[in-house]
Ligand binder design. Structure first.
Ligand code: KG4
Ligand code: ZN
Length: 338
């Protein structure tokens, strides 16, 4: 895609200000400013703090993305930004900034679905990633299994009925005193743990593709309180590894159920939770055992980034689509099925 148009992509749906320059599915630069330190003292993302931090960071990050890519804003053929889902105030910063920049440069603007960005992320590193595929999307706000029949043609096979997988990691890490953000904290704590020490419940075995994580949360809280009072609490790494295994097990089992049911040859995945090392290993092992091809983005492209927005934009622009200057953010946007 070396003759593909240069796109500047913005992602500001949550707590990372991310900007990238992409050409088709090639990443020329991918920079971000994480707000982890701003939110850590509150133990979670504070929407107003996130929006303000995006405003403060976006201009200099845009310059950094252009500089690192070695391009000038005049070279850009389009600007893209996440339209939703996400935190309204946070989305508004990248979306408005992107629209204004596109207008000033007189180039098309494309509003991108955040989950479609995650869905396109594996394509940035794997030319062979092609539909039909079953795609696991697991982030802080969403957990879904998608049957991608073709690029742009998605059927949601299952989703969480309560907490998202990342949310479960975050809430449980907070309860266990492991800090914020919870996913990386549990991932790290599990290093020296044995996942077989506690068998926490795996929810919804009778609903093949849906998830539920709130029961796990209750089970962990009850277990820890009881064993703490009795003086029989296992070591923290063992608890963390057991919690991680319960979440990973459900995500892997249901994704592979979906691959089997649909008969696709390919499994792909994206979203921050896919940075989890145990999840990556388990998916690779299970896909290997079944002769399925697996496409995972590298961890930095699993968590929110601007390059995935550029990749989805390349696809949308290639179809002749763009977004009008009157368009607004949609904080509860759902991946459209077609
Ligand atoms: O996709 P993402 O960066 O932002 C959203 O769209 O929400 O996902 C963030 C989520 C957080 O809940 C975070 O705890 C989780 O991804 N996460 C992880 C890991 N790294 C990030 N969860 C488990 N293990 C990790 N290593
Ligand atoms: Zn995300």
């Amino acid at each position: 895609m070396s003759d593909s148009p240069l796109v500047l992509g913005f992602e500001t749906s949550c707590d990372e200000t991310a900007v990238a320059v992409t050409r088709g599915f090639e990443v020329l630069s991918n920079v971000m400013a994480s707000q982890v330190d701003d939110h850590a003292r509150f133990g979670g993302v504070v929407p107003e703090v996130a929006a303000r931090a995006h405003v403060e960071a976006i201009r200099s990050l845009t310059h950094a993305a252009l500089r690192e890519a070695g391009v000038h804003s005049m070279d850009l053929a389009a600007v893209a930004a996440t339209q939703g889902p996400g935190l309204a105030g946070a989305l508004m910063v990248g979306f408005s900034y992107g629209k204004a920049l596109a207008w000033a440069l007189q180039v098309p603007f494309v509003g991108i679905d955040h989950m479609e960005g995650h869905l396109f992320a594996p394509r940035l590193e794997h030319d062979e990633y092609q539909p039909p595929a079953v795609v696991l999307l697991a982030s802080g706000g969403h957990s879904q299994i998608i049957h991608m029949r073709d690029w742009g043609s998605y059927e949601t096979l299952g989703a969480t009925i309560d907490d998202a997988a990342g949310e479960a990691f975050d809430k449980l890490a907070r309860f266990l005193g492991l800090g914020y953000p919870g996913g990386p904290a549990i991932d790290a704590e599990s290093d020296d743990g044995d996942p077989r020490v506690v068998r926490f419940p795996r929810a919804l075995p009778d609903r093949p593709f849906d998830f539920s994580f709130s029961g796990l949360k209750t089970a962990v809280v009850t277990y820890v309180r009881r064993h703490h009072a009795a003086g029989t609490l296992p070591a923290m790494p063992d608890i963390a590894a057991s919690v991680q295994e319960a979440i990973v097990d459900v995500l892997v089992t249901k994704t592979l159920n979906a691959a089997e049911e649909t008969g696709v040859p390919t499994v792909a995945a994206g979203g921050g939770v896919l940075a989890n090392r145990r999840l990556r290993v388990r998916l690779a092992e299970e896909c290997d055992a079944r002769g399925l091809r697996l496409f995972l983005p590298s961890p930095a492209l699993c968590t929110d980034n601007g390059a995935m927005i550029g990749a989805a934009a390349a696809f949308r622009l290639g179809r002749g689509e763009s977004t009008s200057a009157e368009a607004e953010i949609d904080s509860s946007r759902r991946l459209s099925e077609s």
